[in-house]
Design a binder for this molecule. Structure first.
Ligand SMILES: Cc1cc2nc3c(=O)[nH]c(=O)nc-3n(C[C@H](O)[C@H](O)[C@H](O)COP(=O)(O)OP(=O)(O)OC[C@H]3O[C@@H](n4cnc5c(N)ncnc54)[C@H](O)[C@@H]3O)c2cc1C
Length: 378
């Protein structure tokens, strides 16, 4: 239990109710900290794309107590298939190395499903959630005094900025860190009925775009397609299916079959890939950045959400372990910096390889090496 009158954190404000913020709120509450969680969205919505969950992500879900729900409402399977543009298997990568195979190697889940599972936990833990609220000012000094956008005030031992890639907290506290950088790729995602041939994460490499498919439940799957594009050009919503159809044209097999079913009603999201990485430390005067606010990665290793959950869990563990907030934050940085840097760095390396037309084998080697390192304890 954190000490109310000592140097430990008795209260914390978590800004941002996404994957990182909810995980931190749960873990800090477990450490005995009184948490207020705010999100700017009055409806606490999340966009409806699928995400891939890796073995390490499943491991941290267990730590958060959401593994059973995620497995029931999502999908899990071992192994990762790398195929050519016609869908012929060129390599099979083992993914069942986490803690001696205690967890499935990989899986997928709809983002709103994961959000709903975490939000239910947050509510059940009795965490004070304020929606439709932002912070407009964080005063220097301790405790941290903040002004909310409705003019009310708050005072906390610790403030956690978990407000995503375009973090206002980062802009306020770390003005020297520039805006996220576009990396020259657009990520297309299609949520659709599951093709029975897609039983696990499957990549289609060696074509003009990198394409992947992954089940997100027993009935649904999502497809991603990474399009190289020097300057991002937004496609109107009613034209998304037309452009995606063109991009999928060179592919056969399951991708070709999925292409034939595209229609104006298809559930498609296209998003420019951007990245930002804050140099260490990610805290200043007892305000800490976590998740995408500190280390927004491109999705090649499918680990951004996993790292966001790990950040939250590790923060709670460090606060519980150390009676001093500054020591706890230093310990947090020791445990998180290199691991998150690895994800961002290797994901960007993979993006460069994809754009330069590197062979599937070269790309697979980078993925295998990174997965081996991420399987290690965090
Ligand atoms: C195209 C794409 C595909 C991806 N695929 C995968 C994948 O397959 N697997 C994977 O593990 N990861 C994936 N990721 C990464 C993953 O989505 C992110 O790493 C993860 O969502 C980060 O969580 P977060 O909580 O830090 O930020 P977010 O999920 O962005 O949450 C931030 C929250 O803060 C709130 N907020 C924002 N500003 C404020 C403010 N000023 N005040 C209050 N609240 C605020 C927002 O409303 C939101 O609820 C992908 C990312 C992209 C871009």
């Amino acid at each position: 239990m954190a000490q109310a009158n000592g140097k430990g954190a008795a209260s914390a404000l978590v800004i941002g109710g996404g994957i990182a913020g909810m995980s931190a709120a749960l873990s800090l509450t477990e450490a005995g900290v009184k948490v207020r969680l705010i999100d700017r969205d009055p409806q606490w919505r999340v966009y409806g794309a699928g995400i891939t969950i890796t073995g390490p992500t499943l491991r941290v879900m267990k730590r958060l107590g959401i593994l059973e729900d995620a497995l029931r409402e999502g999908h899990a399977a071992d192994g990762l298939l790398a195929c050519d543009v016609e869908g012929n298997v060129v390599a099979e990568i083992g993914t069942n190395g986490v803690d001696g195979g205690e967890y499935p190697g990989a899986g997928g889940i709809m983002r709103p499903t994961l959000h709903g599972i975490l939000a239910a936990r947050v509510r059940a833990a009795g965490i004070d959630v304020l929606l439709g609220r932002r912070v407009t000012e964080i005063a220097p000094g301790r405790p941290k005094r903040v002004i909310f956008d409705d003019g009310t005030l708050g005072s906390y031992d610790l403030v956690v900025g978990a407000d995503g890639i375009f973090s206002d907290t980062r802009r306020m506290l770390f003005p020297e860190v520039g805006a996220p950088q576009y990396v020259g790729q657009v990520c297309w995602r299609l949520m659709t009925k599951r093709d029975p041939r897609i039983e696990r994460r499957t990549y289609f490499l060696g074509g003009p775009c990198k394409v992947g498919m992954n089940p997100v439940s027993s009935a649904e799957m999502y497809m991603f397609l990474l399009e190289p594009q020097a300057q991002f050009q937004r496609v109107a919503d009613d034209k998304l299916h037309i452009r995606l159809n063109e991009l999928m044209e060179p592919y056969g097999g399951v991708v070709g079959a999925t292409r034939e079913k595209l229609s104006p009603e298809s559930n498609i999201v296209a998003r420019p890939l951007e990245t930002v990485f804050v140099p260490k430390p990610w805290h200043r005067d007892r305000v800490l950045l976590i998740g995408d606010a500190a280390h927004a990665t491109t999705p090649q290793l499918a680990s951004g959400a996993g790292m966001a959950m790990e950040d939250g869990v590790v923060l709670g563990e460090c606060i519980a372990f150390s009676p001093d907030i500054d020591e706890a934050l230093a310990l947090f940085m020791q445990r998180r910096f290199d691991r998150c840097a690895l994800v961002v760095d290797k994901s960007l390396t993979l993006g460069r390889l994809e754009k330069s037309g590197a062979t599937p084998l070269e790309q697979v080697r980078v993925v295998e090496d990174a997965l081996r390192q991420l399987n290690q304890a965090y």
